[in-house]
Design a protein around this ligand. Structure first.
Ligand SMILES: *Cc1c(COP(=O)(O)O)cnc(C)c1O
Length: 407
């Protein structure tokens, strides 16, 4: 029996803080972006937290996302929502990656992607703060996770996606109870519609990083990694970067864990992986810029990272630089052949975004950027089953002569 979902735990949120200016905002009230137009970060009383709970206490609980409750923003247990957010496994891929490469397989989460981590938290907080109607732009997976959790707690949802969003995503969003609209534009064009409706008071804006709690949900990837590595961290992390929520969240997690004294000061080098057809963060990284300009004519098979402009650009760039990592781009052919090779050689079906991290890792090894004996984690952010696969169309006539040697 998992009592993480039912046991009351003390909470430690003190306030929210503008990620750009440090300006303080009150907790326990609804917020979107800060007055400076940037994401808000949740701050905790880590001294009190450290006195109330130890890493061993947490390690002794059932290994799901809600075991981290004291490090999460939800105040009241009655607002916890769950579809079974398991701790995702680290799967070795010795054939296509190498002896020291582990894939954190996020495809096993509810709704088949790691968007569940962010949205389970954001929806729980929306419930806690009395939201009744939410709108969101999505490339697919975020909309599906929102629809599932919001439906579960009885919040109405309206979702806008680019018209070429994978069919399975559009349909799963609809099936899980949201009203979904295909828009003739990209995700930021969808975001503009959401913003307009929010300004008119029609709904609450759930765009990436425009509400403060998705980062807290995604932070659990960093918390989990620390626990799975025995309270240390890998040498390098490759993360497929769209809005960058997960990379920002993990970086925040590592900082909080160090302040708690649960890990040391060593950090993984963070590699923000983008597709060469949409690489605004890579371009800004290489130019030494602090912010990234919009990428025009964005295109890639990896829909989840087709994000022309990220409101948290400077947070991604800051984490990557502080960590000694890099922002790197890989082409669609390299992405697809990485997916293919991992499936054929290791039996693990990655999503294209996960394939991008494998392609980027192999490029980094070739360039001497990463040593083959360093411990590396690649993020596979969704199940490969959601994406188109090459046809397999051999047929057999059971009434004819079967050439068994040829099977
Ligand atoms: C959303 C998404 C990403 C990008 O995640 P961010 O944290 O927004 O950068 C990568 N891969 C998949 C499959 C996604 O759905």
């Amino acid at each position: 029996m998992n009592d993480n979902l039912t046991t009351d735990r003390p909470t430690f949120v003190t306030h929210l803080e503008c990620s750009l200016t440090g300006e303080r905002y009150a907790a326990d009230t609804l917020h979107n972006l800060s007055r400076a137009g940037r994401p808000l970060l949740v701050r905790y009383d880590l001294d009190a937290l450290g006195r109330a709970v130890s890493r061993d206490d947490i390690a002794s609980r059932a290994t799901d996302l809600w075991r981290w409750r004291e490090l999460l923003p939800v105040r009241h247990t009655r607002n916890v929502v769950s579809l079974g957010e398991i701790e995702t496994p680290l799967v070795p891929i010795p054939g296509s990656g190498g002896a020291n490469v582990l894939v954190k397989d996020e495809g096993r989460l509810p709704t088949g992607s790691f968007k569940a981590r962010g949205l389970v938290m954001a929806v729980a907080m929306a419930k806690e703060l009395g939201v009744t109607r939410i709108a969101m732009p999505t490339n697919g997976n975020a909309g599906a996770a929102l629809a599932a959790y919001a439906t579960r707690v009885g919040i109405e949802t309206i979702v806008f996606c680019p018209e070429d969003t994978p069919e399975v995503n559009v349909r799963e969003i609809a099936m899980q109870g949201a009203r979904v609209w295909r828009v003739n534009g990209l995700i930021d064009d969808c975001g503009a519609i959401v913003g307009k409706g929010a300004a008119d008071g029609r709904w609450f804006d759930f765009s990436t990083l425009k509400e403060p709690y998705r980062i807290e949900g995604k932070k659990t990837m960093g918390l989990e990694l620390a626990a799975q590595f025995g309270w240390s961290l890998p040498d390098a992390i490759f993360y497929p970067t769209g809005g960058g929520t997960g990379l920002i969240g993990m970086w925040k997690a590592f900082d909080e864990l160090e302040r708690l004294g649960w890990i040391g000061s060593a950090r993984p080098r963070m590699y923000a992986v983008q597709a060469s057809g949409c690489a605004p963060i890579v371009r800004a990284f290489e130019a030494g810029e602090e912010h990234a300009e919009r990428w025009e004519d964005a295109h890639t098979v990896a829909a989840g990272i087709r994000v022309p402009r990220a409101v948290g650009d400077f947070l991604i760039l800051r984490a990557v630089r502080e960590s000694g990592g890099k922002a790197v781009a890989v082409g669609d052919p390299a992405i697809l052949s990485a997916v293919d090779e991992c499936a054929r050689r290791d039996g693990l079906l990655l999503c294209p975004e996960g394939g991008a991290t494998l392609a980027a890792y192999r490029q980094a090894v070739r360039d001497g950027e990463v040593d083959a004996d360093e411990r590396v984690v690649l993020f596979n952010c969704a199940t490969g089953l959601k994406y188109p696969m090459p046809p397999a169309d051999r047929t057999l006539d059971r009434h004819g002569d079967i050439d068994f040697d040829a099977l």
